[in-house]
Design a binder for this molecule. Structure first.
Ligand code: HEC
Length: 143
């Protein structure tokens, strides 16, 4: 077991860090107040953007795989850095699912907030995101 653990340390998944300016970021196409931006960056961007802040444990296996699979899945469903590349219809539907993920609440993933306590959303955070999504949905093209 120790041997296996030692060996798998050398197999590291690619890092999700583009280092590029996010020209298609959601904030380029929708007004995102700083308060909302701050919440999204703190609680969502690690899995839903092209740039993850990697915690120390993510450098050891098997945590690295686990982290990387969350990022891969999360990003493929919703990528705030690529929001501008979505069709108007997709943007609208993603805004709606953001609202339901906050209402339900399914996001951020509980396995994540277990470790990242500062990603936990307060009642005020939830309210800010819900008000913002409602406003953005009402102004996004209804197609
Ligand atoms: C630890 C990684 C992680 C974090 C942090 C995270 N998510 Fe997710 N998210 C996922 C994964 C993985 C999925 C894919 C579906 C699933 O496994 O539940 C997902 C799916 C979603 C979806 C569904 C997309 C769709 O089209 O149905 C929405 C919306 C979403 N997340 C919003 C958020 C928001 C908003 C936050 C911050 C408040 C957040 N997520 C934080 C990993 C994460």
């Amino acid at each position: 077991m120790l041997f296996v653990l030692a060996v798998i340390q050398f197999i590291q998944p690619d890092r999700n860090q583009s280092g590029q300016a996010a020209i298609l970021d959601i904030s380029r196409i929708y007004p995102v107040p700083e308060s909302v931006q701050g919440i999204l960056r703190e609680s969502c961007y690690d899995c839903h953007s092209d740039n993850t802040r990697y915690p120390w444990y993510s450098f050891s296996q098997p945590a690295a795989w686990w982290v990387s699979s969350h990022i891969r899945k999360g990003k493929s469903e919703l990528n705030f850095n690529q929001f501008g590349s979505y069709s108007a219809r997709r943007q609208r539907s993603k805004l709606k699912s953001i609202a339901s993920s906050i209402k339900d609440p399914t996001m951020p993933l509980p396995s994540y907030t277990l470790i990242h306590r500062n990603a936990l959303l307060s009642a005020k955070d939830r309210q800010l995101i819900l008000q913002w999504t409602a406003k953005m949905i009402s102004r996004s093209p209804n197609k």
